[in-house]
Write a protein that binds this ligand. Structure first.
Ligand code: MTE
Ligand code: MO
Length: 199
């Protein structure tokens, strides 16, 4: 029976397996923000889902924290080519937030405090793929990384994970967000290297 070494070679093979095309692994957690970090008061914080028919579903900070949470461990892939493996988060699944929301929408436009937006299909927020995350690596989510809470949707390039998330608008027709409007890919699958429109 062959002896399988779980030393350096095994780790290197794992790393390659986890690394999408064109990416490199980093142990750092770079901060990438298109504007200044907004100063947000948890007492005034609110997250609002709006459906295509105009129905509103809102959660304040206490309500969000009172919901059952999950602790996903995920890999992050930024379009600027860094990937960070095995990051540990705590947050509320979008499956739970959307559970009682009646919608036939196909698209979502995510809005942040501070005006950042990003778009994705509604299906990519469901089935255990997305969270409103409020803790990272055992601590409150730091403001520069999107605290009090950010969207976490790690199977797409990290620009889709809107920091300082404020709400999600559900839409029948696709509307493009901030980066998508200026040439980044509508969908942004790192495994298909969908960095720019046309990739
Ligand atoms: N509100 C908001 N969310 C954002 C951004 C931003 O500029 N504003 N940058 C995006 C990009 S391009 C990346 S790579 C990640 C960076 O998250 P980090 O700063 O926590 O690494 O946040 C994404 N979410
Ligand atoms: Mo990014």
């Amino acid at each position: 029976m062959p002896v399988i070494s779980r030393g350096f070679h095994g780790r290197a093979r794992d790393a390659r397996h986890k690394l999408p095309p064109g990416q490199y692994e980093t142990g750092d957690f770079p901060v990438l923000s298109a504007g200044p970090t907004p100063v947000l008061d948890r007492d005034a914080w609110e997250f609002t889902l709006r459906t295509e028919t105009g129905a509103r579903h809102s959660w304040n900070w206490a309500e969000l924290l009172a919901l059952p949470s999950q602790t996903p461990t995920v890999d992050l892939h930024c379009v600027t080519k860094w990937s960070k493996f095995d990051t540990e988060w705590q947050g509320v699944s979008l499956d739970l937030l959307l559970e009682d929301v009646e919608t036939g929408a196909d698209y979502a436009l995510v809005r942040s405090y501070g005006d950042y937006t990003t778009n994705l299909p509604l299906a990519d927020l469901l089935d255990g793929q997305a969270w409103i995350a409020y803790r990272f690596d055992g601590d409150e989510l730091a403001p520069e990384h999107g605290g009090p809470a950010r969207l976490l949707v790690p199977h797409l390039y990290f620009w889709k994970s809107a920091k300082w998330v404020r709400g999600i608008q559900l839409l029948d027709e696709e509307e493009l967000g901030f980066w998508e409007t200026i040439g980044y890919h509508d969908y942004g699958d790192p495994w298909r290297e969908q960095r720019y429109q046309g990739d």
